[in-house]
Design a binder for this molecule. Structure first.
Ligand code: ADP
Ligand code: MG
Length: 294
């Protein structure tokens, strides 16, 4: 169990990135979902013992991570949001360098460990290729390889699915799900799909505050019977959007389809009951103010 107690972070200059966040994170995969600027990276860096909070603390297995981060690090794997590589190195040389920096050693020798980790993340076929030739998904897998070296029991990954194409994303989901089978994995994302695919539990944050701590099933159940869907005219869509309760709006064969949260009473004419999606639940939490205009 990872306990987060009353975390506050005010950056120099006065930006309040976290305004009192408390959470209990169980074993397995845990999602931290929120829009850009909501405080996800700040929270993860504090969890990893890399940034001191203004107030509050993080406790893992009885250790106060905020006071003694060096006791956490040997059992921690961290994939930062802006993980950098040397593009001219091969995957193998890059990973070897990262492991040396991290101080990882191995009974079988560093080279054997590097090869084993590369196989584990399905990069064995590309280990002698330069990192600059890797796709986004391959780079993220290399990032995971360094994060899991030393067999950490806590792995923190910050928006790892950004920029991956759908196929790469699926492959990466499988790797993360496998990692979470026997350890704690904390994953931040602004994509509801990541949470739906991976997380039995998740927290939603915005403006540095916790809006919910729930499961996908609970989140959908909380709005059961209150989501309605149907075709509408552009004018009707604009009118509905102004209510702030549109959870999704998209085009199907040139016509506007809207999904609407109706907190009580009957829906507007022409809309029929729909089963709630996690996206609906997230948008209701966010105040349903964003609209997909694809
Ligand atoms: P997220 O990862 O959810 O996008 P961040 O934790 O990066 O959110 O940022 C939260 C808020 O803190 C934002 O308003 C951001 O501009 C601000 N912020 C982040 N890092 C710093 C920093 N080093 N100095 C000042 N403000 C920062
Ligand atoms: Mg971030």
């Amino acid at each position: 169990m990872l306990e987060i107690e009353g975390l506050v972070k005010v950056y120099p200059g006065g930006v309040a990135a976290l305004s009192g966040v408390s959470l209990s994170i169980p074993r397995g995969m845990f999602g931290l979902l929120g829009p850009n600027g909501s405080g996800k990276t700040t929270l993860l860096r504090i969890l990893a013992g890399l940034l001191a909070p203004t107030a509050g603390r993080v406790v893992k297995d009885g250790v106060d991570v905020t006071k003694e981060p060096e006791r956490l690090w040997p059992r921690l794997g961290y994939l930062p949001q802006d993980f950098g590589f040397y593009p001219g190195l091969t995957g193998r040389a890059m990973l070897r360098h990262l492991l040396a920096l991290k101080g990882v050693s191995s009974r079988v020798g560093l080279s054997a460990l590097v090869d084993e980790l590369l196989e584990r993340v399905n990069l064995g076929f590309a280990k002698d290729r330069r990192v600059e030739t890797y796709s986004g998904g391959m780079r993220q897998r290399l990032g995971i390889a360094q994060a899991i070296a030393g067999d950490p029991d806590l792995v923190i990954v910050d928006e790892p699915t950004v920029g991956l194409d759908p196929e790469e994303r699926l492959r990466f989901y499988r790797l993360l799900a496998e990692l979470a089978e026997d350890r704690t994995v904390v994953l931040s994302t602004h994509l509801v799909e990541d949470v739906a695919m991976l997380c039995p539990r998740f927290a939603v944050i915005r403006f540095g505050r916790l809006l919910a701590e729930t499961s996908p099933t609970e989140a959908r159940a909380s709005i059961a019977g209150r989501i309605f869907e149907g075709f509408v005219s552009k004018a009707a869509l604009d009118a509905l959007s102004a209510t702030g309760r549109v959870t999704q709006a998209h085009l199907v064969e040139g016509r506007n389809v809207v999904r609407l949260f109706v907190p009580e009473g009957p829906p507007p004419e022409g809309l029929a009951p729909a089963s709630p999606s996690l996206e609906d639940a997230y948008m209701v939490l966010m105040g349903a103010e964003r609209r997909d205009t694809v």
